[in-house]
Ligand binder design. Structure first.
Ligand code: PEP
Length: 259
């Protein structure tokens, strides 16, 4: 069975300019160094705004940090007349490892649908980036007990025409929309239910080996006080952390599953 290295990714959203990004990243690196964090055991990523990426790259390279970084979105196009968009090849040149794709805030405020998410996932993979594909239901869907079906449909839509080898590079983040930025956390059992269902669907669409290789994160109001119980679940391979990742000491605790 594949061993999956857990990933803790901090999504800074539209917070922290490039100067604040440097301070936050330095503090995170120092805190993890003091704690003698083993990056081979738990991978650590920060996902800053695009305008911070060059500064983040400079600091990571200069201080030889083991922290990796991602972008919060990516264009579905390779280059050309797409004002305001960022090509994945540009990100790859900045040393970017991950690209968050299909975050619920992009789906809600920018009308991103499964077809666009699928195009972005393919384009990111083509440039050598690893997608962090976000899926998850809103409150109404959960109340109607349609959360599993809804989330798996989003998953299938995002993976259309991908090979098994490509899917192994995709990280899936299960993020129930009602738990994002609300302080409401899904229970560890809720996180496990969906992580297991996502892995099961990958096995049906591809094969067991691929399903065992894919990392499934939970996201939605993760904090140091709840991370350990979520990470104790067998199919949960890490967390996508929003608000709590802006505080480097709190995020360092989350990385280490400490309360
Ligand atoms: C997110 O933005 O992906 C997220 C999970 O946010 P928060 O941790 O603030 O709920």
């Amino acid at each position: 069975m594949a061993t999956r290295t857990p990933l803790m990714a901090g999504n800074w959203k539209m917070n922290l300019d490039h100067q604040q990004a440097i301070q936050t990243l330095q503090k995170l690196a120092w805190t993890l160094k003091d704690a003698k964090h083993d990056f081979g055991t738990v991978e650590v990523a920060v996902v800053p705004p695009f305008t911070d990426l060059r500064s983040v790259q400079t600091l990571v390279d200069a201080d030889k940090l083991e922290i990796v970084y991602g972008a919060q979105d990516v264009s579905a196009h390779e280059s050309g007349a797409y004002t305001g968009e960022i090509a994945p090849s540009f990100l790859a040149k900045l040393g970017v490892t991950y690209a968050v794709i299909g975050h619920s805030e992009r789906r809600e405020y920018h009308a991103e649908n499964d077809a666009l998410v699928n195009a972005k996932v393919k384009n990111a993979l083509k440039a050598g980036l690893k997608p962090i594909l976000c899926v998850g239901e809103d409150l109404e869907t959960r109340r109607a007990a349609a959360h599993v079906a809804h989330t798996l449909l989003q998953l299938e839509g995002a993976l259309v025409d991908l090979t098994a080898a490509q899917v192994r590079d995709v990280v899936v983040a299960y993020e129930p929309v009602w738990a994002i930025g609300t302080g409401e956390t899904a229970t560890p059992e809720d996180a496990q239910e969906l992580a297991e269902a996502i892995r099961g669907r990958v096995a049906e669409l591809y094969d067991d080996e691929t399903a065992q290789a894919v990392r499934v994160l939970y996201g939605g109001s993760v904090k140091s006080s709840n991370v350990a119980s979520i990470m104790a679940k067998p199919d949960v391979d890490g967390a996508l952390v929003g608000g709590a990742s802006l505080d480097p000491e709190e995020f360092a605790k989350i990385v280490r599953y400490q309360s």
